[in-house]
Design a protein around this ligand. Structure first.
Ligand code: SAM
Ligand code: GLN
Length: 294
């Protein structure tokens, strides 16, 4: 179909988009259509409802068709828009950053449960987010706990550039710093909280991932080695070295990895701290560990 959106109304464009996504088997067809139409036409949800009879301009029609073709080719909406909401924060993305997942909000919830109970101190709490990507976990925690200062690390300098810009745009520049290094090797502690959503997909499983992930998320953000646990092996002794006595490590884990990760942390002297946090699908997703107090 040529120029599917030429001289159509907002309502008809949204319907066409939804129908094309549905027939391509996209589960979130209606939501995707609303988000892409809203972005192409500069309309929020209310605008999409109230401006239904407005005719698209030529430029809008071309933009929307481009968005549609990209989505039909498997590109996620967040990649097309270049941003994703995480914990209520609008985070910009780049090709070097993972699209932050709703499941990862469990790490923030658990951090808030653990750290929110601590008495406020004169000295800010010191936090590290290992493999910060877009800065998602670190910035979400800084937004909840005003008395915190955090460092995000990543092996990807390009990801850190995006994270640092997100911190500045969201008003956290004075409480966030970013360091390029292998896990946390460039840091010296002590830290009160370490969080991480490391790569944890088994190398052999990468080729079977959905297109949206396999072809658009950076491989370095996904590949956890032969058994998916390489990053946990590296982070366990690093966390033990860097945590203050009584400090907490919170790790995101893949489905079924919680037991193995507990074993690796126990071997480094970090014991389980409270129950793991399940995601919306009921999968144990965030696990907290504690370094013994002296
Ligand atoms: N924290 C972000 C989030 O939750 O959306 C990104 C998580 S992504 C699953 C893992 C991140 O770890 C990626 O940004 C990747 O570049 C980074 N990474 C991979 N290997 C690393 C290493 N050896 N040292 C530091 N960071 C690494
Ligand atoms: N949760 C991501 C996925 O399902 C994987 C990210 C990771 O390896 N930490 O694709």
């Amino acid at each position: 179909m040529n120029d599917p959106f030429s001289k159509t109304t907002v309502e008809s464009a949204r319907r066409t988009l939804t129908a094309r996504f549905k027939s391509a088997g996209i589960d979130s067809a209606e939501l995707d259509a609303r988000m892409l139409a809203g972005a192409a036409l500069g309309l929020d949800l209310t605008g999409l409802i109230t401006a239904t009879t407005r005719t698209l301009t030529h430029g809008e029609a071309i933009c929307l068709e481009n968005f549609m073709q990209r989505r039909l080719a498997g590109e996620p909406v967040a990649r097309i828009l270049g941003q994703k909401e995480f914990w209520g924060l609008a985070l910009h993305l780049s090709p070097a950053t993972l699209v932050p997942r709703p499941d990862t909000e469990t790490v923030v919830e658990l951090a808030w449960r653990v750290m929110g109970k601590l008495p406020r101190r004169d000295v800010p709490l010191r936090i590290v987010d290992i493999g910060t990507g877009s800065g998602a976990i670190l910035l979400a925690i800084l937004s909840e706990l005003p008395n915190t200062f955090g460092i995000g690390t990543d092996i990807s300098v390009a990801a850190l550039t995006t994270a640092s810009r997100n911190a500045a745009r969201l008003g956290f520049a004075r409480r966030a710093a970013f360091v390029a290094c292998d896990y946390a090797t460039a840091l010296s502690g002590p830290f009160d909280l370490i969080v991480s959503n490391p790569p944890y997909i088994r190398s052999a499983d990468i080729k079977g991932l959905p297109t949206e992930v396999r072809d658009f998320d950076p491989l370095a953000a996904l590949d956890g080695g032969a058994d998916g646990l390489d990053a946990y092996r590296r982070i366990a002794p690093e966390a033990a070295r860097l945590l203050a006595p009584g400090g907490t490590l919170i790790m995101e884990v893949g489905q079924g990895q919680s037991g193995d990760v507990r074993g690796l942390m126990a071997a480094a002297g970090l014991k389980l701290r409270g129950p793991p946090q399940a995601d919306l699908a009921g999968i144990q997703r965030a696990v907290a560990f504690q370094k013994r107090s002296r």
